[in-house]
Design a binder for this molecule. Structure first.
Ligand code: ACO
Length: 325
């Protein structure tokens, strides 16, 4: 069985408040707070990059596992905001950390579900070929999103989270993971410009089309609630447990109203759901691993706790993992 050997997390120092956004676009602290529960988010400084943030979280996770970079046998980075277009962030991270010439790959484009999907891939890889796998979720979205679109810009923040997974004795066993995708819903959350269908162009740059995340907010909301709650129910059924056995649910931190709706649908008590969206906003693929790290660091997770991670993202993807600490 594959387990979590170490955890790490990182957020940049720069704080961007709702009032800071209200000075730039037509919005208010009241609107953002009421609709999303977000009060602040962190933005990377000008000299910080995706790789810097990924490395900071990864170094903590490797240290927490009492390992060194040379012990890592594989690296998966989940991100939609990579360091470069080519090559992938994972290969750059391998070099930055000083790991050996081990296989690495990125899992990109699956929005905020990327990390839990990567956890599932890592679990399968470890069962096939025992090794220590570094799994990172990282997003530096503040540099790539439009700062003019009030419908999306106020939602996001930058962060990184990481775990080291491996066989044998662990802090936590990953008991099971469920994942799913409904590709017919690709249009509800998409960035169209920049790929081969709509290549980047001067015209795109003029209209900021390459930064325009198209989001059907209400449909994303509906799908998120439905898919995250059913993924949690599915993964618990597969391990023969119920929500009454769960000590903490760590959901993707997109929006407090989505988290509350999932909680009510599942019938979980408020204190059994980890929420930090007020402080950090939606940090994409980093959201779940960063929240898991923070919950563990602050004593919200104890030995013996059954923890369920759940996420959704553009695709439309969803995933849930049952983790026994
Ligand atoms: N400030 C003020 N007004 C705004 C803002 C803003 N930042 N953004 C939109 N509005 C306006 C709209 O223009 C609209 O005005 P209109 O009625 O004159 O047309 C009005 O507010 C209401 O807009 P709605 O979109 O209907 O507001 P809604 O109550 O649906 O809330 C929200 C919008 C917060 C985006 C909600 O739909 C939501 O949370 N959806 C899910 C979003 C999400 O989690 N996305 C995930 C991102 S990526 C990921 O996590 C995978």
């Amino acid at each position: 069985m594959a387990g979590i050997l170490g955890l790490g997390g990182y957020v940049p120092e720069r704080v961007m408040s709702n009032d800071d956004w209200a000075a730039l676009v037509d919005t208010t602290d009241e609107w953002i707070t009421a609709r999303t529960g977000i009060k602040r988010r962190r933005f990377a400084s000008d000299d910080e990059s995706t790789l810097d943030m990924a490395a900071a979280a990864a170094e903590l996770a490797i240290k927490d596992a009492d390992l060194s970079p040379a012990d890592i046998g594989e690296i998966i980075v989940a991100t939609d905001t990579p360091e470069l277009y080519l090559p992938d962030t994972s290969s750059l991270l391998q070099d930055r950390l000083g790991c050996g010439n081990v296989p690495t790959y990125d899992l990109g484009g699956s929005g905020c579900a990327g990390f839990v999907q990567a956890l599932d891939v890592a679990r399968a890889r470890i069962q096939f070929a025992p090794r220590k796998v570094l799994v990172v979720g990282v997003e530096l979205i503040s540099r790539l999103m439009s700062w003019k679109s009030r419908a999306t810009c106020v939602l996001f923040g930058d962060a990184a989270g990481a775990v080291v997974m491996g066989p044998g004795e662990a802090k936590a066993e990953v008991l099971d993971v469920v994942t799913g995708t409904d590709g017919s819903k690709a249009d509800i959350l998409t960035l169209r410009t920049g790929g081969t269908r709509h290549p980047f162009s001067i015209d795109a740059a003029k209209t900021e089309a390459h930064r325009n995340i198209e989001m059907h907010g209400r449909e994303v909301f509906r799908e998120a609630v439905l898919r995250m709650s059913s993924a949690v129910t599915d993964v618990l059924r597969r391990i023969g447990k119920s929500v009454a056995d769960v000590a903490l649910v760590v959901p993707h931190q997109a929006n407090k109203r989505i988290i509350d709706a999932v909680r009510k649908r599942l019938g979980v008590a408020e204190e059994s759901v980890y929420v930090n969206v007020e402080e950090y906003g939606n940090t994409g693929s980093a959201s779940v691993p960063f929240a898991l790290w923070e919950a563990h660091q602050t004593g919200r997770i104890n030995a013996g706790d059954l923890v369920v991670l759940t996420a959704f993202g553009a695709g439309f993807h969803w995933a849930a993992a049952a983790v026994q600490f």
